[in-house]
Ligand binder design. Structure first.
Ligand SMILES: [Zn+2]
Length: 482
């Protein structure tokens, strides 16, 4: 089989991949409760003759589909979790929730999981036809949003024997991902006080809500004295009740702490813990600290990035129809200049002068329909992904493929809308082709994998992966009353 046949295999099975994509879009299940979505992907893998193991790493919605034997072990990473509050009718170009307040695929993970599936199936055919030794794996990775499922999976060592991992993320651009990302910890601080009538006997009360407020003030003063790349955000997840005439006996605030490297997050975490203890002391309340999850920064791998880029430029971008362009134009025109995402500028920067020129060409187009020039980058994106935990263990390469219109903001109803229409299905199938073609190169040119591993060793510079999530912490669904 020739590498060029990979695209044909994916096109022949396009209805199957789109059907899985569509099911996951409709189920719209959030972190760690993606039971039906995982079923849909597992059933498709089994129908293709993959051996499916589920659960893995103790996560009920995590799984691993495997085909072949021996090395190299080439893995594709799939995600399929949705976001709360982003329900939206597919193809609508104005905000129109299917279920008011319901979940929606506002980050395109329905496309992500199905595109990685297409890559695994096509590459499996290529591996089979080659007669060579090798294993293809599809890792079903749940709870990327707020859950860091891959970090729990990496903690269990399930990526240890993988030689190279490839993945993608739906986006507004077509580009290789050459960046690092922020490591993070997510921690809940729970305060317990004493209730009392807030007018008649406030002196008998000890307010947990006061503790939350004082803690937040303390952290807001801390901001000036941490490294500028750090981020500290919080949500008050329990304000203690709805009655102002009751001193609140319980309250909880959820923190997300981020910095370029895990030891930096650890240091900030310890200072935030001191502030929380101080708030408890000031208010006479008790404090319970609940570690929820953590993820590592992404370790870039330029060897894999170059393989992905070569294949991406050879394949170009999907052939969009007039209908796709019309949909994109309507969404694009609805985004005010002040609401435009900066993705294009950010992602074109590594391409240097050529990147700048591409960004200038694409800026006013509803679809970013070119592959952005690639360049290595040491830039740390001010966001996080649990792909970071995989990348500390295994050389990992990623691309973005456009599945929504140019300048669409992240985690938005526009993304949910795009995720249900042909534009994103084309991007999903295309991502499968790029990843499968890159995997074929890794199979046919084994020194590439050795060079990718050597780069990982050099980048880690003697350091090794230690999952930041304590052993006694297990994943919990969001909104589960943790
Ligand atoms: Zn995402």
């Amino acid at each position: 089989m020739r590498k060029e046949d990979l695209g044909r295999i994916i096109e022949e099975k396009r209805d199957c991949f789109i059907a899985v994509d569509r099911k996951v879009w409709e189920y719209a299940e959030t972190a760690f409760v993606e039971f039906k979505s995982a079923d849909a992907l597992c059933e498709a893998l089994e129908a293709e003759g993959f051996a499916v193991e589920r659960p893995v790493a103790g996560l009920e919605t995590a799984f691993c589909g495997s085909w072949g034997q021996g090395s190299p072990v080439i893995a594709f990473l799939g995600e399929y979790d949705a976001l709360s509050g982003l329900s939206q009718r597919d193809g609508a170009t104005v905000k129109d929730p299917l279920v008011p307040g319901g979940n929606g695929h506002g980050c395109g993970h329905n496309n992500l999981g199905a595109g990685a599936l297409a890559a695994a199936v096509a590459f499996r055919d290529y591996l089979k036809a080659s007669g060579k030794s090798g294993t293809v794996r599809y890792y079903g990775c749940p709870g990327e949003e707020g859950g860091s499922g891959k970090a729990f999976m990496a903690r269990a060592g399930i990526f240890d024997d993988v030689d190279a991992a490839l993945t993608w993320h739906p986006g507004s651009v077509n580009a290789v991902f050459p960046f690092s990302s922020l490591a993070n910890f997510q921690v809940a601080y729970r305060f317990r006080g004493v209730s009392a009538h807030a007018a008649a006997c406030p002196h008998l009360g000890r307010s947990a809500l006061d503790a939350v407020e004082l803690m937040n003030i303390g952290v807001n003063y801390l901001r000036e004295h941490v490294i500028p790349e750090a981020r500290m955000h919080y949500a008050i997840t329990d304000s203690g009740g709805f009655s102002p005439n009751v001193v609140q006996p319980k309250a909880e605030v959820l923190y997300l702490l981020r910095a370029p490297r895990t030891p930096q997050v650890q240091e900030i975490y310890e200072r935030v813990n001191d502030i929380a203890r101080g708030a408890a002391l000031m208010t006479g309340t008790e404090l319970e600290t609940v570690f929820i999850k953590a993820c590592a920064n992404v370790v870039q791998n330029s060897v894999l990035e170059e393989v992905l880029y070569r294949n991406f430029t050879e394949l170009g971008v999907p052939a969009y129809s007039e209908e796709d362009r019309e949909f994109a134009r309507k969404i694009f025109e609805g985004i005010a200049p002040s609401e435009r995402s900066q993705d294009l500028d950010q992602y074109s920067a590594p391409g240097g002068k050529a990147g700048k020129e591409a960004a200038r060409r694409l800026r006013e187009r509803p679809l970013a329909d070119e592959v952005l020039p690639y360049g290595q980058s040491e830039f740390v994106l001010p966001g996080s992904t649990d792909v970071g935990d995989v990348s500390w263990n295994v050389p990992t390469g990623q691309v973005w493929v456009a599945t929504w219109p140019n300048h669409t903001p992240g985690h938005s109803w526009q993304i949910t809308s795009s995720g249900g229409v042909s534009l994103s299905h084309k991007g999903m199938l295309h991502a499968g082709k790029v990843l499968a073609a890159a995997a074929a190169d890794l199979l046919d040119d084994p020194p590439l994998i050795e060079r990718a591993k050597e780069e990982l060793r050099l980048r880690l510079d003697g350091d090794s992966y230690r999952c930041a999530i304590p052993d006694n912490v297990h994943p919990k669904p969001l909104n589960s009353g943790r």
